[in-house]
Ligand binder design. Structure first.
Ligand code: ADA
Length: 589
């Protein structure tokens, strides 16, 4: 093994490099800074760009002085006993030695962040579940980063509201500190299409200038041992340029649930011979299409059997570590699932990496749950929803496991104004990604006037739990809903039952089989799944829900323990009787 591969952990032969010493210093510096690995993705995202995680203990205090000490990043402040139900503002502070073009990348702050560097306000962001970044130009030295975080409810917050899930507080996902050159690759989007003899892909890359000078670059992609080069890319000072090219790929392996084949796509931005920036992502060769009532993966019908999963893991709240994410995926796959719905917001991309690798297809959803028209008329609602969609699709675009984009769970899809909002959000999604179908989970059923706006019709219903005045039997409800949807939109479409289930309190066993007993939940789910899975026109079923989660206390009267108890495991992932019932239905060969 040559010294190059020891130091650089690459196949590159060190003796091809002229400026050995500076490269060795830089690589060692990068590895020392980032520990040579990153824990915010399952793979290394840069070889050239210097990235470090700002994890560890920060100075932390709440606005009202309720707590004044240290807190880890990432985490939820609710894990501090005195802050277990704290709603309000808090402040994080820490100093770092930085210099030059610096990018602070926040993977998730719940739910509003105001960022200051050396006391100067630099950026603000709303919504806990999507990434944002802020660029700085700093003289080399020690600088203080302060982040004010707020998880309280107010008119300023149209999406985080009192709800049937809990809005935790804190820097809940990693913060990265990136040291950049003058030219930066912001993202690379890779869209694959089946051709008669293999695959083609459209590659769109955004390059940003952080310089006062115009510059000309070469873009170099490598994938599966092949290199694709685009020369003479002019990037004016301070501007962004997107480069769109189409390439063909032969001899690559398809992506499927049984064989989730992933490829590493490396994009390098070169100025002359020098690589000034890079971005590494994982992509796959798969195509999702809708054909009548069928959802097709690479031309073959796909039937999804899955769960709704909130990001909520007992005392860790919505700051879920990798091991706990893997525990959830292992349990869902043990139950026979091949799909998951990220109710009701975009998920941590580390979890999406796991889904890519473990072959779980994802319905990723922009943030919203159960908003009535009045709430949708909050002037912040549309801007906050559109921003969430922009960030969700920009940063999650390449995940092959994401098969559709969802919006506005059980919002006001029965009114004309509601329809205007649904159409506005769907139009934004189409402008960013026309390669994936779109859907929303309706509970307006026979009053819904938005089924024509989507490619997949989806509905939530709970026959046997929340009894319906008109229809109690799940199969009757399903057939009637499908007929209504066909009547109220052009042509027939795939139909997904986006939520179905019942509640049980873990450990509550009763021969009365009364509601909230584990026996009753198992019985209702057995009847529901027997009925709906017998209908071959049902393209998918997502059980509500995978695990019990904390909810706002205003829901206490219908939520024992102020929890949503419809999980088939409890908040500690202990199985209820219903787990084996679901497994029996999902694992039918
Ligand atoms: C709705 C909603 C879910 C949850 C569920 C329930 O379908 O979409 O978020 O609140 O009801 O448990 O009643």
């Amino acid at each position: 093994m040559s010294i190059g591969s020891v130091l650089f952990d690459t196949k590159m032969d060190i003796f091809d490099i002229e400026d050995f010493d500076s490269l060795v210093y830089n690589v060692i510096k990068i590895n020392l800074i980032s520990g040579g690995k990153n824990v915010y993705r399952l793979f290394n995202t840069h070889n050239v760009r210097r990235v470090r995680e700002a994890e560890g203990l920060w100075d932390f205090r709440t606005e009202n002085g309720k707590y004044d000490g240290k807190l880890t990043v990432p985490s939820c402040w609710e894990m501090i006993p005195t802050l277990a139900s704290y709603k309000g503002k808090a402040e994080y502070r820490r100093s770092f030695t930085l210099g030059g073009n610096v990018r602070l990348v926040f993977k998730g702050v719940s739910h509003t962040a105001r960022v200051y560097v050396d006391g100067d306000f630099v950026s603000e962001h709303y919504n806990a579940y999507t990434e944002f970044h802020t660029d700085l130009s700093l003289s080399y030295g020690e600088h203080e980063i302060k982040v004010e975080v707020d998880n309280s409810y107010s008119e300023a917050s149209a999406l985080h509201v009192e709800n049937d899930y809990y809005t935790y507080g804190g820097i809940i996902r990693p913060l990265l500190i990136e040291e950049l050159g003058d030219g930066v690759i912001n993202y690379v989007h890779f869209t694959t299409k089946q051709t008669s003899d293999g695959w083609s892909a459209t590659v769109i890359t955004e390059i940003e200038s952080l310089s006062q000078e115009d510059a000309t670059y070469t873009l170099r992609y490598t994938l599966d041992g092949k290199t694709y080069t685009e020369k003479n890319i002019a990037v004016p000072a301070g501007e962004c340029v997107t480069v769109c090219r189409e390439y063909t790929f032969d001899g690559v392996k398809d992506y499927s649930i049984e064989a989730p084949n992933l490829y590493t796509l490396c994009a390098e931005l070169c100025c002359g011979e020098m690589v000034v920036d890079d971005l590494i992502d994982r992509v796959a060769f798969r195509e999702i299409r809708v054909d009548g009532k069928k959802l097709l993966l690479n031309g073959k019908p796909l039937r999804l059997l899955g769960f709704n999963r909130h990001e909520d893991y007992n005392s860790l709240g919505s700051s879920v570590p990798l091991q706990a994410m893997m525990r959830d995926i292992a349990l869902m796959k043990d139950a026979g699932a091949n799909g998951i719905r990220t109710c009701h917001y975009p998920n941590d991309e580390l979890f999406l990496d796991l889904c890519d690798e473990m072959g779980l297809f994802v319905w990723e959803e922009a943030h919203a749950r159960g908003l009535e028209e009045k709430q949708m008329r909050n002037p912040n609602f549309l801007p906050q929803s559109l921003n969430c969609i922009d960030e969700m699709i920009t940063y999650h675009y390449n995940h092959p496991s994401i098969f559709c984009w969802g919006i506005l769970n059980e919002c006001s899809s029965e009114t004309e104004y509601g329809r205007y909002c649904y159409r506005t959000l769907f139009d934004r999604i189409i402008s960013l990604d026309s390669s994936r179908p779109r859907t929303f989970a309706s509970n307006k059923h026979f009053r819904d006037i938005c089924f024509d706006l989507e490619e997949i019709v989806s509905a939530n219903f709970y026959p046997g739990w929340y009894d319906f005045a008109d229809l109690k039997a799940p199969d009757l409800m399903t057939k009637s809903l499908m007929e209504y949807a066909e009547k109220h939109e052009s042509g027939n479409k795939p139909f997904i039952i986006s939520e179905i289930g019942a509640g049980a309190i873990y450990g509550y066993r009763s021969e009365t089989r009364c509601k909230w007993s584990e026996e009753r939940q198992a019985e209702i789910l057995d009847e529901q799944l027997s009925a709906v899975l017998a209908n071959e026109d049902v393209t998918g079923v997502f059980i509500w829900q995978f695990a019990d989660v904390r909810v706002d206390e205003s829901w206490f009267s219908s939520r024992p323990k102020s929890m949503n108890n419809k999980g088939i495991v409890d908040t500690y992932r202990r199985k209820k009787l219903a787990f084996e019932v679901v497994k029996r239905h999902f694992c039918v060969k």
